[in-house]
Ligand binder design. Structure first.
Ligand code: BES
Ligand code: MN
Ligand code: ZN
Length: 497
């Protein structure tokens, strides 16, 4: 069962409720509004803290059931750590995530949370509620026995603050990004038999409900455009490829859009250069870039972002078959460059080659950012914490780093240089699609550079961050939705208003 969630912020005093939640800083006692509540219990805080081992660290909890003097089933005291930590980027969302986990473990259905502390901002409160929702997300659609397990059907979390000015706007903005992130997670989590290129394109098309203009190109249309690289990848699959173009026009009329391009390999077997059986099943997440672009376009629409944005995703399935493309094949990309196929498992860059060129030719964007679960090498380099950024533009790269720290979706810039481009020179064609193991993520980026012109461009390799990351305070699902919050933040900080 999926539990529904209501969140709200109010300036009103706490009325009768299931649980009251107050926070106490590390080494301190209840202060401000929390102090008023605690004093009604008639208990000595120091004694209670000592008896329960509560020191105010994040994760610490005192749970008083049917406390005297209060009209609630329980008073929950949570540690909030040291005040000096409050400015770190993800402190508030992590706090929201851990709050949800505590309420969940206690089986609470209605909680009034008091927040009254230094460093508190409208954005912080919105971030806290985002954390609650992000942590609450679970993907149990295919669990026939998924039962309530004593969980209440609905959870209502009301945050009580002394001053709620600015909170509504902050909430609308942040929750729009949460919706986008959750959609991206679901798309990554969905099994590849259910979510094929056509099905994924249909979900992207449904963004038209939110004012996004969507076009879906078929293989015949792509063939006319000369997208031989993208179509080569798809040719071993029973399921036809799709190229989806999503446009959000929230900025000045005629202003050059920002473009986002996503790798949407619905399933990557490796093709004829087939992957080992373990962990091939993870390759259902090889459309994580496309998922993030869909999620981002939804977010921009939900919060009526003041920007023109284009999202383009190449949706294909990479299968071994009698009709499949082979190592040794030479294909011509839309921009006329010829590519020798060394490995049919280096397919993402072929999809992106045509999607990137198409995007820059048609839209003349102010900047292009692509997201792709492109290389295993980036997982070796950065594991699941940072995504790798490659760029031909220092300002764009710096802006991405900043948006990464601010959103908690961290990234790290990697080098590009002619020496790496040399590694993908082909004996027979203009380029080859694999430079082998050394610098595997970098040679992949160098390959992509051939399909963007002079436009500021950044490539984000999300192979380590899109799925399979260790559980965090704000995500316990396999798909992470990585990229939506990062790029929403970038748009907000650098391209709006
Ligand atoms: N989709 C994979 C990359 C990947 C690996 C994503 C692990 C997430 C987790 C990509 O298509 C691929 O197979 N890349 C090859 C490239 C190589 C053949 C040059 C790789 O990284 O091994
Ligand atoms: Mn591959
Ligand atoms: Zn792939």
């Amino acid at each position: 069962m999926t539990q529904s969630l209501n969140v709200a912020v109010t300036q009103k005093r706490v009325a009768r409720t299931g649980a009251i939640v107050i926070y106490v800083a590390e080494g301190g006692g209840p202060s401000g509004a929390a102090e008023t509540i605690w004093s009604r219990t008639g208990l000595d805080f120091k004694r209670t803290a000592e008896a329960t081992g509560f020191e105010g660290k994040p994760g610490h909890m005192i749970d008083l059931v049917t406390p005297a003097g209060l009209d609630c089933d329980r008073l929950v005291v949570l540690g909030r750590g040291k005040d000096e930590d409050m400015n770190a980027s993800t402190v508030w969302s992590d706090r929201g995530g851990s709050l949800l986990a505590k309420l969940d473990s206690l089986g609470v259905s209605e909680a009034a949370v008091l927040i009254d502390e230094p460093g508190q901002t409208a954005d912080g409160i919105a971030e806290l509620l985002a954390g609650v929702r992000l942590r609450q997300y679970g993907f149990d659609r295919y669990k026939s026995a998924a039962k309530a397990n004593g969980k209440p059907q609905t959870l209502t979390v009301t945050v009580h603050v002394a001053d709620d000015s600015g909170i509504e706007a902050a909430m609308t903005r942040r929750m729009a990004a949460v919706e986008g992130t959750l959609l991206a997670r679901t798309l990554v989590n969905e099994p590849p038999n259910v979510l094929g290129p056509v099905e994924c394109a249909a979900i992207a098309s449904s963004l038209s409900d939110h004012g996004v203009e969507v076009e879906v190109l078929t293989p015949a249309e792509m063939e006319k455009l000369g997208m031989e690289a993208l179509l080569a990848v798809a040719q071993g699959s029973e399921r036809p490829a799709r190229l989806v173009v999503m446009q959000w026009k929230g900025g000045a009329k005629g202003a050059a859009p920002l473009a986002f391009v996503g790798k949407g390999v619905i399933f990557d077997t490796g093709g004829i250069s087939i992957k080992p059986a373990v962990p091939m099943y993870d390759m259902k997440g090889d459309m994580g870039g496309a998922a993030a672009v869909i999620g981002l376009m939804k977010t921009l629409a939900l919060r009526s972002a003041g920007v023109n944005a284009v999202g383009v995703i190449g949706l294909v399935e990479n299968m071994p078959d009698g009709k499949a493309y082979r190592p040794g094949d030479i294909v011509t990309a839309m921009n006329g460059k010829t590519i020798e196929i060394i490995s049919t498992d280096a397919e993402g860059r072929l999809v992106l080659a045509d999607a990137l060129w198409y995007t820059q030719e048609r839209f003349k964007p102010a900047a292009i950012i692509d997201l792709a679960t492109l290389t295993g090498a980036v997982v070796v380099a950065l594991a699941h914490d940072f995504a790798a950024v490659f760029s031909n533009d220092d300002a764009l790269a710096d802006n991405l780093m900043d948006a990464g720290s601010a959103s908690g979706e961290k990234c790290w810039r990697m080098p590009m240089a002619p020496a790496y481009a040399k590694l993908i020179e082909s004996r027979f064609a203009d380029l080859k699609n694999s430079g082998g193991r050394p610098g595997g993520s970098i040679t992949a980026a160098q390959f992509l550079a051939n399909f963007v012109g002079e436009v500021p461009w950044a490539h984000i390799d999300i192979a380590g961050t899109a799925f399979g990351a260790p559980n965090s305070e704000t995500n316990t699902s396999w798909g992470t939705g990585y990229g939506v919050a990062l790029l929403d933040r970038l748009v907000r900080d650098c391209y709006e208003g």
